[in-house]
Design a protein around this ligand. Structure first.
Ligand SMILES: NC(=O)c1ccc[n+]([C@@H]2O[C@H](COP(=O)([O-])OP(=O)(O)OC[C@H]3O[C@@H](n4cnc5c(N)ncnc54)[C@H](OP(=O)(O)O)[C@@H]3O)[C@@H](O)[C@H]2O)c1
Length: 233
């Protein structure tokens, strides 16, 4: 079988970079994006990098040609932002930009790939959400709403595409050490995590690899939590 092809949005740093490096190590071919492709500080013979702003419709439309040429089997919707503030201080602009990037972005990029997966009768959509979407977090009404939306999108799309052998799942990380959490990760937070440490990008990447493999064939519509036990239902 030829190497599977994966698109990873937001692949230049943080969790996305961890996912890209780990997929490359496992012989996937990867098309990784971020807003400015010149910020990628690593290369690989099986890696193509591309500029894409998931919050911008014209940028997404331009990306369609690259998707059609690449013919992905797997999509990892990882790009995301936070714009935290207490609800009474949160501007409509910050609400809109988080929903537009984290939720509308996933709608736009998934639209680009699903037709090709339907033709192949095989596909994987892996959305990176957050435990904030299930447990809530003060200062994150916009972010929590966007991630809860991602989980709900995941379930409905899984039901639409299941009969065509396309699985759709989301991964909900807890606190993972990246630029996004630099300002909020302190000892008080760590003390609340049963495993007593923040997560690494590799902790998330290993689950992406599992969901991209044949071993996960019978898992769809799920939100899988990677948080050291912080949020238990
Ligand atoms: N870190 C955590 O603890 C944590 C926990 C739960 C969920 N998550 C989720 O995991 C994902 C990755 O987070 P991270 O911690 O790795 O964040 P990060 O270090 O801040 O990286 C964010 C990534 O998203 C990309 N991105 C942001 N806005 C974009 C846009 N409009 N178009 C295209 N790419 C865009 C960034 O690219 P640029 O370089 O172009 O900005 C970057 O590659 C996010 O969806 C986040 O919500 C993270």
């Amino acid at each position: 079988m030829e190497n599977r092809k994966v698109i990873v949005t937001g692949g230049n740093r943080g969790i996305g970079k961890g996912i890209v490096l780990s997929l490359l190590e496992n012989n996937f071919e990867v098309l990784a994006t971020c807003r400015d492709a010149s910020t990628f500080n690593f290369t690989h013979e099986n890696l193509i990098v591309s500029s894409l702003d998931v919050s911008n419709r014209s940028s997404v439309e331009l990306f369609q040609t690259e998707v059609d040429e690449f013919e992905p089997d797997i999509l990892v919707n990882n790009a995301g932002i936070t714009k935290d503030n207490l609800f009474l201080r949160m501007s409509e602009e910050d609400w809109d930009s988080v929903i537009n990037t984290n939720l509308n972005g996933i709608f736009r990029i998934t639209k680009l790939v699903v037709k090709g997966m339907l033709k192949k009768r095989w596909g994987r959509v892996i959305n990176i959400s957050s435990i904030s979407g299930s447990m809530g977090n003060p200062g994150q009404t916009n972010y929590s709403a966007s991630k809860a939306g991602v989980d709900a999108f995941t379930r409905s799309l899984a039901k639409e595409l299941g009969s065509r052998n396309i699985t759709v799942n989301s991964i909900a990380p807890g606190f993972i050490e990246t630029d996004m959490t630099e300002a909020v990760l302190d000892q008080e937070v760590i003390d609340k995590i049963p495993l007593k440490r923040a997560g690494t990008v590799e902790d998330v990447a290993s689950l992406v690899n599992f969901l991209s493999s044949e071993e996960s064939n019978y898992i769809t519509g799920q939100t899988l939590v990677v948080d050291g036990g912080l949020f238990m239902k």
